[in-house]
Design a binder for this molecule. Structure first.
Ligand code: HEM
Length: 308
């Protein structure tokens, strides 16, 4: 397969404009329909909702990258083991999709050169990893479900998540720490997803096996949700001080309505969101609070003098 990688991207761009005639029995359609409900649940986990609002603690983001590193390491090792298996070979796109090396670079950025001894696999991630390893050895056709759940999801939302994280964590615009989200060998995510769907539909599978794959994909979503919930729990024990300091990310969905300046600004029908953000950032710090109190006292004094 690796010799065909050049052709594959050409194929992907060709796919972008084309319309496949799909049938409800096609695996891509069964997967989309069968995971719709669990996808909605995943979107609504607290961790994912906070992430999308730009409310990301840096420590949690790093632990999320660690969980992904163990997950993709297991998945890609099992994919390598089964790359010639007729049930997986058409979906083997190491150059375009594989994330392990990108995640290793992200972890080196966050934890430094000794990153490998600084990380460990969490209990929820370990269960996910154990499942991937087991099916890789015992029932490799189910790897299709795990590859679908992760890679198609990454290609669907990666760029949005990358921008949110970059802004909230103030990561360099050059992309360090966020290589996981960058698919350099995929020129068109849309075209590539269409190619991947058509490859899934070409697998020679009986209806029962297709149903097993859909059930496994639901399970893969559940493993991801377990990891999110675990991160959310860990987040509760991380003190506020350890949260990434800085301006709130209202633009990405932060709760601007809680800002006292925002109500006044809205009532006055003017002002800027930026002024509110600066005020909030200043008020978070003790020095800012003292200066604010002094400023209020001076204003009160002036008002009293004027009224006398
Ligand atoms: C707030 C979180 C999420 C949002 C807003 C979101 C949004 C989307 C959107 C808009 C698509 C459709 C893309 C298209 O039509 O090409 C999509 C597809 C997909 N997402 Fe998500 N997603 C979220 C979380 C997740 C999670 C946590 C996973 C799994 C771990 C996931 C897995 C997938 C998969 C597998 C697809 C492909 C569906 C298909 O075409 O068969 N998503 N997502």
């Amino acid at each position: 397969m690796e010799e065909t990688q050049g052709a594959v991207n050409g194929e992907a761009s060709e796919y972008e404009g084309s319309v496949d005639v799909l049938s409800p029995e096609d695996l891509s359609e069964l997967l989309a329909a069968g995971t719709k409900e669990v996808h909605e649940k995943a979107e609504n986990t607290q961790f994912v909702k906070d992430f999308l609002r730009g409310r990301i603690r840096k420590e949690l983001f790093k632990l999320g990258a660690v969980a992904l590193y163990y997950t993709y390491s297991a998945m890609e090792e099992e994919i390598e083991r089964n790359k010639e298996h007729p049930y997986f070979a058409p979906l083997y796109f190491p150059q375009e999709l594989h994330r392990r090396d990108a995640l290793a670079r992200d972890l080196e950025f966050f934890y430094g050169p000794g990153w490998q001894s600084a990380i460990s696999c969490s209990p929820a991630t370990q269960l996910y990893v154990d499942r991937i390893r087991r099916i890789g050895r015992e029932d490799p056709v189910l790897l299709v479900a795990h590859a679908y759940t992760r890679y198609m999801g990454d290609l669907s939302g990666g760029q949005v998540l990358k921008k949110v994280a970059q802004r909230a964590l103030k990561l360099p615009p050059t992309g360090e720490g966020l290589e996981f989200y960058q698919f350099d060998a995929v020129h068109s995510a849309k075209g590539f997803k269409q190619l991947y769907r058509s490859r899934m539909n070409e697998l020679e599978l009986d209806p029962e096996t297709k149903q097993k794959i859909v059930a496994e994909a639901v399970r893969a979503f559940q493993f991801n949700m377990e990891v999110f919930d675990e991160l959310d729990e860990i987040g509760k024990s991380i003190p506020e001080e350890a949260m990434d300091a800085g301006l709130p990310v209202h633009g990405a969905g932060g709760d601007i309505s809680k800002c006292p300046y925002y109500a006044a600004k809205t009532a006055a029908g003017g002002g800027t969101e930026y002024a509110c953000q600066v005020a909030m950032a200043v008020l978070r710090h003790p020095t800012g609070q003292v200066l604010f109190a002094a400023w209020v006292a001076v204003l009160a004094g002036l008002a009293a003098w004027y009224l006398m």
